[in-house]
Design a protein around this ligand. Structure first.
Ligand SMILES: NC(=O)C1=CN([C@@H]2O[C@H](COP(=O)(O)OP(=O)(O)OC[C@H]3O[C@@H](n4cnc5c(N)ncnc54)[C@H](O)[C@@H]3O)[C@@H](O)[C@H]2O)C=CC1
Ligand SMILES: O=C1[C@@H](O)[C@H](O)[C@@H](O)[C@H](O)[C@H]1O
Length: 324
């Protein structure tokens, strides 16, 4: 059966995912689109033979033309659309972050638990990247011994004018929190964020940032965000263990942006979601929440300069056995 997908947000990544679903992958079609910028949605729909343009995300979610929802609008709007999809009983793939506060993620978890089944998948595509998967396999095989320290550098050549210093944590480092949590198979317990010497090319942003995140067993995860480092898009990762170290292969020459670096990972991620949307097996709302709790604490640490505890609370049974 072909999965009919409605897309909310036809901006940069929305159009990227529409292209991949309609031209690269199999088993799905785009039957509905919407955007607050309706002209943008109409333009995108112009290239899609079966897509209807809706005036709002809420109408699109309710439409009988839509089996599953893809949310690619701005982060602060995610909660509304994910909650409406759960209320409609429709699977929803939400680009990261699941929501911009832990409080909002908790409301999503409560709604999904009340629905009694998983409907939400979060766009943490690094888990689908071949080099991250290889790194995880090396750690899990015991090759480096018990992990002690982990490095995760996240460098962007530039960011848009609406980007704020907090977004380096909530929008950018959220990937690093998720992927290192997944690599280590542990929850985080505290974070401290320290601004480095300011990058003069950063338009006044507190950039770069260094973050030290602690895990339950005491592993230290060092996250660097540099969002105006002109040489390119560069993602680095290394895990140092008791008997060795393992790292991601560096991209050489440097890449332009996330599209180039993670294109294959997005393909794998979306093909899996299309194939399993009614019973999703990818990153869950709990995973989205766990990363956002670290972000909330990180934002407080950036404001106060202090080490801030990360407190998750109990994991509902619905999420037991989902990938960690
Ligand atoms: N996984 C990844 O590596 C990436 C994830 N993202 C995430 O994807 C999301 C979108 O990012 P971009 O495409 O870069 O932003 P964008 O600004 O290019 O596109 C977002 C679109 O959503 C629309 N929009 C905003 N509010 C809306 C609403 N209430 N209803 C309908 N449409 C609405 C905007 O008009 C815009 O066209 C963000 O959450 C971002 O963090 C973005 C880039 C890479
Ligand atoms: O998700 C992404 C963007 O939204 C974010 O703004 C960038 O910093 C990340 O590198 C990219 O992967």
């Amino acid at each position: 059966m072909t999965l009919s997908i409605g897309v909310i947000g036809t901006g940069m990544i929305g159009t990227e995912h529409i292209r991949r679903i309609s031209q690269v992958l199999s088993g799905a079609e785009i039957t509905a689109v919407t955007d607050v910028n309706l002209d943008a949605a109409k333009q995108v729909a112009g290239d899609l033979p079966d897509a209807e343009v809706f005036d709002s995300g809420q109408e699109l979610i309710r439409s009988g033309r839509v089996d599953a929802v893809l949310v690619t609008s701005w982060g602060p709007t995610h909660e509304e659309f994910v909650l409406a999809s759960i209320a409609a009983g429709k699977p929803v793939f939400c680009e990261k972050p699941l929501a911009t506060t832990a409080e909002a993620c908790r409301r999503i978890i409560a709604a999904e638990v009340a629905a009694g089944r998983r409907l939400v998948q979060v766009g943490f595509m690094r888990r689908y990247d071949a080099s991250y998967r290889e790194l995880k396999a090396r750690i899990d095989s015991g090759e480096v011994g018990a992990p002690l320290i982990c490095y995760s550098a996240h460098r962007n050549p530039s960011v848009g004018e609406s980007y704020t210093s907090e977004m380096a944590i909530v929008d950018t480092a959220v990937h690093d929190f998720d992927v290192t949590r997944w690599l280590l198979g542990e929850e985080f317990t505290a974070i401290r964020v320290v601004p480095a010497k300011q990058n003069s090319l950063g338009g006044g942003l507190r950039d770069p940032l260094l973050m030290v995140v602690e895990t339950e067993s005491g592993v230290l995860v060092n996250v660097e965000t540099s969002v105006n480092i002109r040489y390119g898009y560069d993602i680095r990762g290394e895990v140092v263990g008791e008997s060795g170290a393992a790292a991601l292969a560096a991209s050489s020459p440097a890449l332009a942006d996330w599209r180039e670096r993670f294109s294959a990972a997005f393909d794998t991620e979306f093909q899996e979601w299309i194939d399993t949307a009614s019973q999703p097996i990818g990153p869950s709302a709990w995973d989205g929440y766990a990363a956002t709790v670290v972000c909330d604490a990180g934002v407080r640490s950036l404001e106060t300069g202090e080490r801030v505890a990360v407190v998750l609370g109990d994991k509902p049974a619905l999420y037991e056995g989902t990938p960690e």
